[in-house]
Design a protein around this ligand. Structure first.
Ligand code: SF4
Ligand code: SF4
Length: 171
């Protein structure tokens, strides 16, 4: 049997090798840069991602008592700058590649996260709760209740943290 015939028979017996997608699963590379996910509980609405985005795909707007973080897939080029520069790790690229959309959906095909403000336990000022990851980094090794600290605005938090730190250093 000729070599060609052997290959043809072997391939016929193996069946189709093309990807069954969209009727079945498909291979997704681990490092694929797909849709973005924003963890509203870690986002501090600091606007760093908006600043570093080269394509203007991120907009953060202030509404009554909350910040709205919107990402437009019509302009996002999946460069990963937002994830790289986010100080809290709140924004991440996922492997969800379903970003194709019709032109008339360009303003609605978005990812939205709502970051709610809260009221300071002490001075009643409205503020965005701090990121747990940042608090842990800032007060690493210091005996301080981070859950309690989260209830205060940045100004009150600074004063309370300073007092606790002072007490902690004296013991
Ligand atoms: S996602 Fe990160 S960089 Fe963007 S506003 Fe939130 S905390 Fe700041
Ligand atoms: S991946 Fe790049 S283009 Fe897309 S939102 Fe983030 S910074 Fe902007």
């Amino acid at each position: 049997m000729s070599g060609f015939l052997k290959i043809a028979i072997r391939n016929l017996l193996k069946g189709p090798t093309t990807d069954p997608y969209p009727f079945g699963d498909t291979f997704i590379p681990q490092k694929l840069r797909g849709k973005l996910k924003v963890d509203a509980s870690e986002c501090t609405a600091c606007r760093t991602c908006e600043e570093v985005c080269p394509s203007g795909a991120i907009k953060i707007t202030k509404n009554e008592g909350a910040y709205v973080h919107t990402t437009w897939y019509n302009t996002c080029c999946f460069c990963g700058n937002c994830e790289f520069f986010c100080p809290t790790g709140a924004i991440k690229l996922t492997t969800d590649f379903h970003t194709a959309h019709f032109q008339d959906e360009k303003y609605s095909f978005v990812t939205v996260a709502v970051i709610k403000e809260t009221e300071c336990k002490n001075c009643k000022t409205k503020f965005v709760p701090p990121s747990e990851a940042l608090l842990k980094r800032a007060y690493n090794g210091i005996d301080i209740d981070l859950d309690e600290l989260k209830l205060y605005c940045p100004e009150c938090r600074k004063k309370i943290a300073f007092e606790r730190l002072h007490l902690w250093l004296r013991h």
